[in-house]
Design a protein around this ligand. Structure first.
Ligand code: ADP
Ligand code: MG
Length: 736
């Protein structure tokens, strides 16, 4: 790299025209120190002539029934404060060459009053309407200031104008829309040509990418729409390329730098266990077990994701993996996201191990439980048992991360419901052993784009079949007015041995949220509708002991109905609980509802999931997953709750449910891509850019396979860029 260029770009922004030390300080607060960094502060959107209307045209469109967004460039005519019913309203009149219109603010009127000055030129963007006086009007629109010169250039030569986000740190330093655009324009004009390529030149050529300096110029001030698209394409490529390089390195290092424990099937431990299992494993369970076993017996450490819908039987699979580790003299750790789930795992696994001991006396497998809220003496005893290798399977929650937990000989790490944890946390457990095998489990299907990118270092196994004895859960949506009938149903079913969950979104009544609370309804229900059955209560604010006791009582059928919050959301396995009533169901996310529904239907009895919401929402039966493709974004936004509920009513398959969830929420939210240890994606859309992902992955993996040390002259540039701009991410790629 030409160090002269680099030196120039690494100068402080302070030396740019109209910046100076004060404004440089503001830039510093948003992480921009150098001119190079400023060049990469990209606009959030652009104003382009094809999207701008005159006021007269916009008026005509709205009259004609158009209800989308428009942009108008206009001058401020005057500002008017209007008082009515003790409230203040701000109306600003605008004009352009074709006529007048107005913008109205009901909140923050003081601020917006001073935000505008007469004769300023503003680009107004929003959904307009026609008010009762017949005038074109925008309510609380987005707006951007532009200069007379920019406006002339824009209108006459079609120049595209960038709009930048102005964080409060910049505002405080008196850097606004106009000044920031001026500063960046100066920087781009004078410094963009010093930017040197960050991708190997062969790759730039082969993929028809525009070079970095061109891309930067055109991302700020595009020569044309096409040029802007080319710039965007280049940044998308680069972003994915480096992501996949990191994925490839992580995978490569995992397989070469780390020496796994080459385990063996030494005794009859596993086969004996299969004999005492009360059921036969499904073919899908056998298939994934084969994959897991291969990993464990190989010299490479396992790094595998096990995906299987709620109730598909992942726990048993992980337990068998644990037995393989134990057969080789190792300890295994199983981490769960909640105390209740960890406790349940400990109990079911203990009882299975007792059965195993009845036919295999050579191994007495011992379990240890580590959760928050244990008594100190109890905890200390568990800790020393773990350290002295007196226990074989250690089950716990986040408490396992604590330094005081020292394993003796950790060979397997299992993480249940992995989406609740980040990569950093996974690494933390891993580092407590000497390259243990790692198995992470999730009920959420991983879309291909995710498994190829942020989860790209994991091998994936899928359980795609349910145990045969299952009947699909019957799911219905009901309005609140039907609750008395639902209680009757619960009582009726109770006579034939059914237990029920009744779920509420809150623990206690809140004055802020108008939602139903568990404690409140617990008291009401046991004295009214449900006074003839035994009702229990469980929620997150209870002490651990109380929760444990309540679950035990419910499992042992000392209660018929368990009123609860979402503490029972994941993992809980009570085969005789076959009805779940979810109140205020519209308040829960789709995957959350699917998880909650997964609490029932775990035996051969017919199970029911009753979603209850307000009567008006319950009557909207028309927006289901099928129609989703035909709805506009704004309609989806509006009908989100109805779509979620209908999706659940129509689908029992978690895969279908997850597909809709992905459309509603996007992958970042669901898969915690930010916690992945990989760089955040700013340009790429993980749901749309599939083809590019496949392409860059191939390129990056080939490159790393051929030159893992990045020693070839062509790849020099990749190595330098990784150290310069991805050092944080590189830490995770290098492993250990
Ligand atoms: P999840 O995949 O949601 O974690 P679990 O492991 O909790 O599911 O299993 C759900 C229930 O199914 C448990 O009661 C478990 O004992 C039972 N189960 C697991 N595998 C089988 C099978 N092959 N046949 C019948 N029941 C099974
Ligand atoms: Mg589970």
């Amino acid at each position: 790299m030409n160090s002269q260029n680099q030196k120039i770009l690494l100068q402080s922004v302070q030396y740019l025209k109209s910046v100076g030390p004060k404004r440089a300080e503001s830039f510093k607060q948003i992480g921009i120190n150098t001119i190079r960094e400023l060049l990469f502060y990209f606009p959030s959107r652009h104003l382009d002539r094809s999207t701008v209307l005159t006021a007269a045209k916009a008026y005509g469109y709205v009259k004609g029934g158009y209800d989308g967004e428009v942009t108008i460039i206009a001058k401020v005519v005057d500002r008017e404060k209007i008082h009515f019913r003790k409230k203040e309203l701000l109306k600003i009149h605008f004009r352009d060459s074709s006529g007048f219109f107005e913008c109205v603010w009901f909140h923050g009127t003081k601020y917006f009053y001073s935000a505008f000055k007469e004769d300023e030129i503003i680009a107004i963007s929003s959904k307009p309407e026609i008010n009762k006086y017949g005038n074109l009007q925008f309510v609380h629109p987005d707006f951007d200031r532009i200069t007379e010169e920019e406006s002339n250039n824009f209108l006459h030569t079609g120049k595209i104008i960038p709009f930048y986000r102005i964080p409060k740190e910049l505002k405080k330093g008196f850097i606004g829309d106009l000044s920031l655009r001026r500063i960046i324009s100066f920087a781009v004009e004078n410094y963009a040509d010093h930017l040197e390529e960050t991708l190997p030149s062969e790759i730039v050529k082969q993929n028809n990418l525009i070079v970095l300096s061109d891309a930067v110029k055109n991302y700020h001030f595009p020569e044309s729409k096409e040029k802007f698209e080319e710039a965007k394409q280049r940044f998308k490529f680069e972003e994915l390329f480096y992501l996949e390089i990191l994925v490839a390195l992580r995978k490569y290092n995992y397989q070469t730098k780390l020496i796994g424990n080459e385990m063996k099937i030494k005794t009859s431990l596993v086969s004996d266990f299969l004999k005492v299992l009360p059921f036969k494993l499904t073919n899908a369970q056998l298939k994934v077990l084969g994959e897991i076993k291969n990993d464990m017996l190989s010299k490479y450490p396992m790094n595998r994701l096990l995906q299987g819908d709620v109730g598909s039987g992942k726990t048993i699979v992980s337990l068998i993996a644990a037995l393989i580790a134990i057969d080789n003299g190792f300890q295994a750790v199983l981490m769960a996201p909640t105390e209740i789930l960890a406790d349940q795992h400990a109990k079911t696994i203990s009882s299975l191990m007792k059965k195993l001991f009845s036919i295999n006396k050579e191994h007495k497998i011992k379990i240890s439980l580590i959760i928050g809220g244990q008594k100190k003496s109890e905890r200390n005893e568990e800790l020393s048992n773990i350290e002295l290798n007196k226990v074989d399977i250690i089950i716990g929650t986040h408490a396992l991360f604590e330094e005081t937990v020292v394993f003796n000989n950790l060979g397997l790490v299992v993480i249940d419901e992995q989406h609740r944890f980040g990569v950093k946390q996974r690494g933390l457990l891993q580092s407590k052993g000497k390259t243990p095998d790692v198995l992470v489990m999730t009920a959420t299907p991983i879309p291909r784009t995710i498994s190829m990118t942020v989860y790209g270092d994991l091998d994936v196994s899928v359980i795609d079949e349910m145990p045969i004895n299952r009947k699909p859960v019957i799911t219905v949506l009901r309005g609140e007015s039907k609750l008395p009938d639902i209680y009757k149903f619960i009582l009726d079913k109770h006579k034939s041995g059914y237990q029920s969950f009744i779920v509420y979104p809150l623990v206690e009544v809140s004055d802020k949220l108008d939602l139903k609370a568990a404690t409140d309804y617990y008291n009401k229900l046991k004295n009214t509708y449900l006074n003839n059955v035994r009702v229990g209560l469980i929620h997150g604010k209870m002490k651990w002991r109380e929760k444990e006791e309540m679950m035990l009582l419910f499992i042992n059928k000392k209660f018929d109905v368990l009123v609860s919050t979402t503490v029972i959301e994941v993992g809980i396995d009570i085969p005789d609980a076959n009805i779940i009533l979810i109140n205020d169901a519209h308040r829960f996310g789709l995957s959350q509802l699917h998880q909650l529904r997964g609490r029932v239907g775990r035996s051969d009895k017919q199970a029911y999931c009753i979603l209850v919401t307000n009567d008006s929402l319950a009557s909207k039966q028309n927006f289901g997953e099928l129609e989703l493709d035909y709805l506009s974004t704004s309609q989806i936004e509006k009908y989100k709750a109805a779509i979620r509920l209908q999706t659940l009513v129509k689908n029992v398959d978690g895969f279908k449910v997850a597909e809709v969830d992905l459309k509603l929420r996007g992958p970042g939210d669901i898969f915690g891509t930010k916690q992945s240890g990989f760089p955040e994606l700013k340009f790429v859309n993980l749901t749309e850019d599939m083809e590019l992902i496949i392409n860059t992955k191939k390129i990056a993996f080939t490159l790393i396979n051929n030159d893992p040390g990045l020693k070839l002259p062509d790849n020099n540039i990749v190595r330098i860029n990784l150290t310069n701009y991805y050092s944080e991410n590189l830490k995770y790629a290098e492993i250990g």
